[in-house]
Design a protein around this ligand. Structure first.
Ligand code: FES
Length: 98
């Protein structure tokens, strides 16, 4: 096992879990996959791939509040994220890096 510092300044986890039972709430049914793709593109467009990692995650346990996004190292949790929130969210995440 190799122990080393986290190689990114910020890691954004976005739940893209999709439940087979359509009657149960899940982030994947609320466009979280599209949100993840847009966030990844925003990071690429700003040449921040070496500083910000956008990772899809499994269920985070707050399915009814999805899409859910968790940000480290700040430990911030965003719920009910919509595509129109991404610019605000991204600006919030960029501020400490500027
Ligand atoms: S499906 Fe996203 S938190 Fe459970």
């Amino acid at each position: 096992m190799l122990k080393q510092p986290v190689p990114y300044r910020r890691i954004i986890f976005i739940c893209t879990n999709k439940k087979e039972d359509a009657s149960k709430p899940c982030c994947g049914a609320k466009k979280s996959e599209e949100i993840a793709m847009k966030l990844k593109q925003m990071v690429r467009d700003r040449n921040l791939k070496d500083q910000i990692r956008v990772s899809k995650s499994g269920c985070m346990g707050k399915c009814e509040q999805g899409p859910n996004i968790m940000v480290y190292p700040e430990g911030i949790w965003y719920s009910n994220v919509k595509e129109e929130d991404l610019q605000f969210l991204f600006d919030e995440l960029l501020k400490p890096l500027l």
